[in-house]
Design a protein around this ligand. Structure first.
Ligand code: PLP
Ligand code: CA
Length: 295
């Protein structure tokens, strides 16, 4: 494992860092907001970066909102941001299914109305949103009625996730030609006071386990999330900074794509975890070339 370097960010280093970048990618939850509240100082940091000519993007694994819904939320919380600066798993999954999977049939969607809307906006026809219609009615589960035009299964955050949805996804995925995509693998969504709720990673693992197949994952730490930003905007990755609160998603994405990375201590990962990660020889853990932390 190559030696990795974790440096605490000082005033002098911040100036050096700012001079070496043109573009900053911000994770959202735990970095610029927590739930429905802006992290103090975050709107001012973003305005100041923009005033100094930096391009700013918002990169989130949360699959419950469209780009426009995020732009509205950002505006309400005092951020200077537009919808085309937001790259969430909802938008990026729609781009992935259209441009990478070249999907021309329907997609069986385990997900929200926001995801349905964003898929429809790129011309993809989703089925399955909302509670499953045969839950509790039909008992012949292996012969549940399927839509013959479905060519992919997409798993994202779904408050109506159920045994029947899991079963239906399995029935579609028994066809080896049916593509299998997941938005993200975050298993827990941390809340205030040490509480947590299950994340999309739990739903995705359930479907992967049932189908005995692995999904292609679009969200952080998959490179696709950054490629989605870079391909549309022609960014120089050497001059991009990824700012995040999680080592296993945000910092790993930056590291995988050769970006500079900055770990804030406002969310999930701690300094101790960053240090342990660097010392670890564990092959599945990514080499972190550089993790700078905010004081
Ligand atoms: N997925 C869901 C459903 C969420 O609610 C959240 C955070 O609120 C996330 C993922 C993680 O989002 P982010 O990548 O912005 O930290
Ligand atoms: Ca986060």
């Amino acid at each position: 494992m190559a030696a990795s370097k974790c440096t605490q960010l000082t005033a002098a280093l911040s100036r050096q860092l700012l001079d070496s970048i043109d573009c900053v990618l911000f994770d959202c939850d735990g970095v610029i907001w927590r739930g429905d509240q802006a992290i103090p100082g975050a709107p001012e940091v973003i305005s100041s970066l923009k005033k100094n000519g930096k391009r700013v993007f918002f990169v989130t694994n949360n699959s419950t909102k469209t780009r426009q819904m995020y732009a509205d939320k950002l505006g309400k919380l005092g951020f200077d941001a537009t919808a085309d600066e937001v790259f969430g798993t909802v938008y990026c999954s729609a781009v992935y299914l259209k441009n990478v999977c070249k999907l021309d049939g329907k997609v069986y969607l385990i997900g929200s109305n926001a995801m349905r809307q964003e898929l429809e906006d790129v011309g993809i026809r989703p089925v399955g949103v909302g509670p499953d219609p045969v839950s509790g009615v039909q008992k012949d589960w292996a012969n549940v009625p399927l839509d013959k035009e479905v060519q992919a299964v997409l798993v994202s955050f779904d408050e109506h996730f159920s045994y029947m949805k899991l079963n239906r996804a399995l029935q579609y995925l028994c066809n080896p030609d049916c593509q299998f995509v997941g938005t993200n693998t975050d298993t827990r969504l941390p809340l205030e006071g040490g509480k947590a709720v299950p994340g999309t990673g739990c739903l995705l693992r359930a479907v992967e386990t049932a189908a005995q197949r692995q999904a292609q994952v679009v969200g952080k730490p998959s490179n696709f999330m950054f490629e989605c930003v870079a391909s549309q905007l022609g960014l120089d990755l050497e001059r991009c900074l990824m700012v995040g609160d999680r080592l296993d998603t945000d910092i790993m994405l930056g590291s995988n794509c050769g970006l500079k990375t900055l770990l804030t201590l406002t969310g999930v990962s701690t300094v101790a975890e960053a240090e342990a990660n660097q010392k670890s020889e564990c092959p599945h853990q990514q080499k972190m070339k550089e993790v700078r932390r905010v004081l």
